[in-house]
Design a protein around this ligand. Structure first.
Ligand code: GLC
Length: 744
């Protein structure tokens, strides 16, 4: 029997309620067991994420509650899927309830945000994207999949594929940056790795999220409205989802926001016309958390019954956490308002994936030995280390890095240096913060004999005064080098963490500028989920180096220590423009030229009170060596539409250290039926080069990739002249030109 027949067979034996149970996804519930102890988990979550209580305190309070695994709902078939259940034993327990106690014995999808590893935590996606290393991202997916499956997770709510043009949006940290092509490269790599059978035939269902254009939230404010032309949607936000569907992604998560006035959760045009009919998606769509219920708040439906109806009719197959489907759909069918065929359509999609992903073939026994053999192993940590070492971006360096052996005493200042919870960063709930190597530990592991590493707290992202500054300056007085660690804690980026200003929080900037006056050179390490407004730090000669370390994950300290001591050479390149000020956002390298591009002349596109250039451009990053580019050439001058252009350039490592360079290729369509960006990334290649080595690097660009979506949302490729830029980043490039003709 093939899968289709199996699905029909299962469906034919199911009651209406059981079918709708397959469209229902929820988490466990917590209730207070102590008389007089009120459980207010939402408030506690807010307090933890606002820093009012620590995660440990949050977990202490949670531990006082009784958790209901909802096994009875599972047993009667009204709960067919879980969200964010990641304690291994509990997963095994609920699966046993499903296969042993429910009538149909249908196993559960256990969905978890596996977006940067599982138990071994990798850098955040924004950090990983700065590696420009597809192979390392593939390895991350392999490790994450192995650990998640060992723990009983069979569905990842990842990769997140939202293009993020605005650092005010907290979820930029989960994105692969501002470029759709680069995001698509990483997204399809992760989806293929998650979904291909491993050596045991195990697969992890992937989810392309959040559909669609969530990163374009008005004002960079999370969950806010998105309004744009369909051509902009297709040119700037859809490509990663096209790649994801072409890679066979099994699930898509619709986004919270309203898109052009219709909430994505119930937008048939998005979920059916575009996603299924145009892109060819054949998996199932899951809503975001409680998004079905929120349709009432949007003002798009009168009540939750209508929300459930409109959402499933639009193509939202599964309801995450609102419970509206299980509550309202049975009656809507019984009253003849909703055709049971729609339920069968959605249930078939979910059951098809459960069969395709082997859920019916697994044993659901809790096996702690098997789990520990697969998680936080040396190999997994090595993969996380390698990813971390390649993700950090060296923004400024006057030569103070790598740390010289003449340095005898280093003083590390800033609570972030030892705050493991903060260093873990957002979306690391499945990780173990105690397994993380913090910055002081990492520096101690990497520093040569005879060098001392001292730590003083000094300040933190929430410092409110500088009363201790004289004491701090005293404590760094006899240091040979100061390493100041500033930036954001784990909840200052991520979901519901948008910022109107990108300044360093608290008194961090003031502390850094005060330390800049100390005798010793100062290296600033930025721990953050986004680019931050650090112009004064960049321009202050007393700050000798700045390393964007992001949130590097479990191997944070070891990676950073090896980078600062020069055991490894920084190779990260920015995938999000590092703006000067929030007022410039949204700012991306691939902007249109306008008819009056900003310049000295008064009547040009610029600000009276801010520069029009970013602090650091897309693609930027320093190394401990230098690379030169010369002799760029193309294999033809004229190309026809089905050609592949080959652009070759000489890259030379002209410094005295081995290092990796990300050779980047951009294109500009000089004249087209709609104006095209001044640059668009079309190819890249990460090249490891020995000191003094030179090589001819060839990048290939299928001419078909030079097309765009026109005003009718048709993909068109027009003939004409194109500029080609090849270089170190989106500003430092050599230029050449090609022509696209019908005949070539
Ligand atoms: C959140 C996020 C989504 C995540 C889901 C489950 O609200 O928007 O990305 O997958 O809930 O955690």
């Amino acid at each position: 029997m093939d899968i289709k027949e199996k699905v029909e067979n299962i469906l034919s034996g199911m009651t209406l309620l059981e079918k709708i149970g397959q469209l229902n996804q929820a988490g466990t519930t917590m209730a207070s067991a102590l008389p007089g102890f009120e459980a207010d988990v939402d408030t506690w979550v807010t307090q933890m994420m606002d820093g009012a209580i620590t995660k440990d305190e949050f977990e202490r309070r949670i531990s006082m509650l009784e958790e209901d695994l909802r096994e009875d709902e599972v047993a009667c078939g009204t709960l067919g899927n879980f969200v964010n259940l990641y304690e291994d034993e509990k997963i095994a327990r609920v699966q046993q309830a499903a296969i042993k106690r429910s009538r149909q014995g249908i196993p559960l999808f256990i969905g978890v945000d596996v977006i940067r590893g599982y138990r071994t935590i990798f850098p955040t996606p924004l950090a990983m994207s700065c590696s420009w290393d597809i192979k390392l991202v593939e390895k991350m997916a392999e490790v994450a999949k192995k650990e998640a499956i060992a723990g009983g997770v069979n569905w990842s709510f990842g990769p997140m594929l939202d293009v993020a043009p605005d650092a005010r949006w907290g979820r930029i940290v989960e994105s692969w940056g501002e470029d759709a092509y680069l995001t698509g490269c990483f997204g399809k790599t992760i989806i293929k790795k998650f979904q291909e059978p491993d050596e045991h035939g195990e697969k992890l269902l992937a989810t392309a999220k959040h559909f669609a254009a969530y990163g374009a939230a008005l004002g960079g404010r999370d969950y806010n409205s998105v309004d744009m032309s369909l051509q902009k949607l297709f040119n700037q936000y859809m490509p990663p989802f096209i790649e994801a569907v072409d890679a066979g992604v099994g699930a898509v998560m619709s986004a919270f926001h309203d898109f052009n006035g219709v909430p994505c959760t119930m937008d048939e045009y998005l979920l059916n016309d575009i996603l299924r009919e145009r892109l060819g998606f054949d998996g199932f769509v899951v809503s975001d958390a409680e998004a079905v219920k929120q349709l009432v708040v949007h003002g798009a439906v009168a009540d939750e019954k209508e929300a459930a109806l409109k959402s499933i009719l639009a193509g939202g197959d599964m309801d995450m956490s609102s419970m509206d489907y299980i509550q309202f759909l049975p009656k809507l069918v019984e009253k003849g308002i909703l055709d049971e065929k729609i339920i069968d359509r959605a249930a078939s999609r979910v059951l098809t994936k459960k069969l395709e992903y082997g859920l019916f073939d697994r044993e659901y026994q809790y096996d702690p030995e098997k789990i520990s053999e697969a998680t936080l192993t040396k190999e997994n940590r090595k993969a996380a280390y390698e990813m971390a070492v390649n993700s950090a971006v060296l923004l400024k360096n006057d030569g103070v890095l790598p740390i010289s052996e003449k340095v005898k005493k280093i003083v590390v200042v800033g609570k972030l240096a030892v705050d493991k919870e903060a260093l873990m960063g957002p979306w690391a709930f499945t990780g173990e913060k105690d397994a993380l190597i913090d910055i002081v530990e990492g520096l101690s592991n990497a520093c040569p004999k005879g060098m001392s590493i001292e730590y003083i707290e000094g300040f933190s992202p929430v410092s409110t005064d500088m009363d201790n500054i004289s004491e701090v300056l005293m404590q760094v007085k006899d240091a040979d080098l100061v390493i100041a660690v500033a930036g954001e804690n784990a909840f200052m980026s991520g979901e519901a963490a948008s910022k109107a200003e990108l300044k360093l929080s608290g008194k961090q900037e003031q502390y850094l500028l005060a330390l800049a006056k100390a005798d010793a050179p100062v290296v600033t390490v930025l721990v953050s989920g986004r680019p931050l407004g650090i112009r004064k730090i960049k321009e202050n000669p007393g700050i000798n180096a700045v390393m964007a370390a992001w949130h590097l994950g479990t191997e944070f300290g070891n990676a950073l220590g090896d980078l600062l001591f020069g055991k490894r050479n920084p190779s990260g390149r920015l995938t999000a423009t590092w703006v000067d000020t929030a007022g410039q956002e949204p700012f991306t390298y691939n902007h249109n030229n306008t008819g009056k591009p900003g310049g000295d002349f008064k009547f040009t596109s610029k600000y009276l009170d801010a520069p029009i250039e970013p602090l650091y451009p897309f693609g930027y990053g320093l190394s401990y060596t230098q690379f030169s580019y010369s002799n760029v050439c193309t294999d033809k001058e004229c190309y026809c539409m089905n050609d592949i252009a080959k652009i070759t350039v000489t890259v030379e490592n002209v410094g005295d250290r081995d290092g990796a360079e990300v050779v980047q290729l951009y294109v500009r369509d000089l004249s087209a039926s709609i104006v095209r960006p001044v640059k668009e990334l079309k190819a890249f290649s990460k090249q490891f080069m020995k000191a003094g080595e030179a090589k001819r690097v060839t990048l290939e660009v299928p001419i078909q990739n030079l097309g765009f979506y026109n005003r009718k949302c048709e993909y068109v490729l027009e003939t004409g002249d194109f500029k080609v830029f090849v270089g170190h980043d989106s500003c430092q490039c050599l230029e050449t030109k090609i022509v696209v003709t019908e005949r070539g």
